[in-house]
Design a protein around this ligand. Structure first.
Ligand SMILES: [Zn+2]
Ligand SMILES: [Zn+2]
Length: 415
């Protein structure tokens, strides 16, 4: 490498060399911005037309990280810009034409107020990423509603989700937030540790833990002190009543379960199953089905991460029966595979399929396409985009006292 460089550069002054290198850098930066612009358009189309549901990925950022091999943080940026591409036509135009970088548009897509495309379209051409952050921080934030809601927890539902709304006074809310934060910190520590020590490809790491993950962890650690003393791998105490004649499952004091939910809950030994015949309990659990500590350790040694390509979750994995034990599948290594709770549920809902044996595992999406862990990257066949070179933001010192922050328009009144 250095010998090639020295042949072509002998006698050329460092200053001239740097000029030549910067010129090339500027051209490549313009091309890279334009390519990022097209990537964002593709992701936006996948999201808008809901094309990604079949892939088994847990979110758009996870899909982007998997298919492009970028870090979770970069994938978040791409997904954020894609999500607001129609709201910021001028800023994303600058990206497609190579004049501004993905990170510059990303700051705006992640934080800027609605209707601010026009305002930032000019600033983005000259401001650095951190200057854009400062500009967005100067946006006035909406006044909180002062009508005084009462503390409450309410729940509404649609066919797919339950919506919880928690209203707390500031003091209680601060306690809640601190608890949530401590669980999120713990998850992020684990996540960072996994990422740093895992031998897998960087694109296969699970997404960064969210507040939802932190909330579920808070609930799981808090709900039952008994759980702490249970054998390893048995975390939950969901009680399921199962009628063995009719194969009907019901949650304890709860609703009847559909086939998919029943098989999901009874797949791993994470729930207590009461077997019943004609409404009479005839036993609890079946020892051959229970995954004991040694089997669990052997599974963890073999699989290490969730078996679904594109997912590298390592925590809270479920042992999934490839052939369900209801259908006679044995509880042994060849018929078991570790999957994360998200993909386990997705499988039992029929969105992805997992077929064995475990040594030749095939995972397919809902169209029957086999999923592969690698990114889609390959050598380009098309020439790079024909755009102007990009020198990057001017990097001038910002004169914040002259700067007019974006002022959101008052929402139109309907009366
Ligand atoms: Zn399962
Ligand atoms: Zn998974």
């Amino acid at each position: 490498m250095s010998s090639i460089a020295s042949v072509g550069t002998a006698g050329v002054s460092p200053c001239r060399r740097l000029d030549a290198l910067f010129a090339e850098l500027s051209e490549l930066t313009g091309q890279r911005n334009a390519i990022d612009g097209r990537i964002v358009e593709i992701v936006a189309e996948v999201e808008r037309d809901e094309l990604w549901g079949a892939t088994g990925a847990r979110s758009i950022p996870a899909l982007v990280a998997w298919k492009t091999g970028v870090s979770p943080a970069n994938a978040e940026t791409i997904a954020a810009v894609a999500h607001r591409i129609e709201e910021f036509p001028r800023c994303t135009q600058g990206l497609r034409e190579g004049r501004v970088s993905l990170d510059q548009v990303g700051v705006i897509a992640q934080r800027a107020a609605e209707g601010s495309d026009e305002h930032y379209a000019q600033l983005i051409e000259v401001a650095t990423v951190s200057q854009l952050r400062t500009a967005i921080k100067l946006e006035p934030r909406p006044e909180p509603d002062r009508r005084g809601p009462q503390p409450s927890i309410t729940k509404t539902s649609d066919p797919n989700f339950d919506f919880w709304r928690i209203t707390l006074p500031h003091a209680e809310s601060a306690v809640f937030q601190a608890a949530l934060q401590s669980h999120r910190d713990a998850l992020i520590t684990e996540w960072t540790h996994d990422r740093d020590t895992s031998s897998g490809e960087p694109d296969q790491h699970p997404p960064m833990p969210t507040n939802v993950d932190a909330f579920l962890r808070l609930v799981q650690t808090g709900w039952d002190g008994e759980v702490q003393r249970r054998p390893y791998g048995q975390r939950t105490t969901v009680v399921v009543h199962l009628d063995i004649n009719q194969q009907i499952g019901a949650l304890h004091l709860g609703p009847l379960l559909c086939d998919a939910e029943r098989q999901y809950l009874t797949c791993d030994a994470t729930c207590e199953v009461w077997f019943e015949r004609d409404g009479q309990p005839i036993g609890a659990g079946r020892t051959t089905r229970t995954i004991n500590r040694r089997l669990r350790r052997a599974l963890e040694h073999r699989d290490q991460t969730c078996a679904v390509p594109g997912c590298a979750a390592t925590r809270g994995l479920h042992a999934h029966h490839i052939v369900h034990w209801e259908d006679g599948g044995p509880t042994e290594l060849a018929n078991l595979v570790l999957v994360c709770p998200y993909h386990h549920r997705l499988h039992h809902r029929g969105i992805i399929t997992i077929t064995g044996p475990a040594s030749h595992l095939v995972v397919t999406d809902s169209d029957g396409q086999q999923l592969h862990p690698a990114s889609l990257a390959r050598a380009p066949k098309k020439p790079p985009p024909a755009v102007q070179p990009c020198k990057g933001p001017t990097g001038e010192r910002a004169q914040w006292w002259w700067y007019q922050p974006f002022q959101p328009q008052a929402p139109p009144t309907t009366n």
